[in-house]
Design a protein around this ligand. Sequence first.
Ligand code: PLP
Length: 356
Amino acid sequence: MTENKWESYVRKVVPYTPGEQPKNNNVVKLNTNENPYPPCPSVRELLDKFDVSQMRLYPAPDSEILVNAIAERYGLKSSQIFVGVGSDDVISMAFMTFFGSDKPVLFPDITYSFYDVWADVYRIPYKTCPLNQDFTINPDDYKTENGGIIFPNPNAPTGVLESVEMIEDIVKSNPDSVVIIDEAYIDFAGDGTSCLPLIQKYNNLLVVQTYSKSRSMAGMRIGFAMGNEKLIKYMNDVKFSVNSYTMNTVTQLCGAESMKNEKYFTETVNKIIKTRERSKLRLAELGFRFTDSKSNFIFASPSKKSAQYIFSELKKRGIFVRYWDKFVICDYLRISIGTDNEMDRLFNALEEILNG
Ligand SMILES: *Cc1c(COP(=O)(O)O)cnc(C)c1O
């Protein structure tokens, strides 16, 4: 096909591929790390009482109610919080705001596959650093000249958790660039694993979290960044230069409400952790090898049949897990932690597939 002249001026990109959202509701969906439990009950009550006529109005551009609720929960000032439409929006804004150097941004070779997409769309140079054999990060890789650093902790899709000490070492060694720690799964990693306390000490550290996994609200699209007031101000300046009204009123209110219900949050997170640990035992019995995941998924490699084969056989049985046809990780399946009942359906199917 002949290219039109205007096409040579198009910002051409290869988009991120999200996990499949099957139309059929009657599947066991363990492919996008969603929470199997509903959001806290008070969110439901709030929606029942919501005055629809409020929809006439633009939402609060600064998402004040939500920002305040997050600040209160984490013991921070509101000026240390940035909110966005999912952490994808937050991280995308952070790339645009902080990664303006012509030196490469560093991230692991096996990690969240959106980072290279954002780097490409914003024309940011980047370099990937190979993980160690056991999928841990080598901190020395992040002590070279760079235009910024980002990685998830625990990492995705490996589930491997790095220590706060190691992250502090990286942040401290890079006073000239912004380090972003994507803590999408940190709530499943236990107490004392978040590097949030470090933001009081280092003005170049941005910690990003999301409502999509531990807070059961992937469909509402809420993410937030926490950091030094200066970092947050720079992000808001960029955000308000792109689109002021990104987050709708209903989402802001539901997000604030959910932050207030600590008891329900802790209960559901603990249930998922318990199911995760039980699932590790079952997977080991089925001959899988896997990392000691501290997230709400397990990155597991089968021994008897190929990961790709198992992936497609599971799909035939209405069980969705995530598989990447990419070097190294093509031997693995990423299995989100569902309810105990959903996991039992998975294990029964795996037994059938592996012994069939
Ligand atoms: C799920 C995920 C996100 C994005 O979550 P949102 O739904 O956009 O908040 C960001 N980073 C990692 C590593 C994730 O796994």
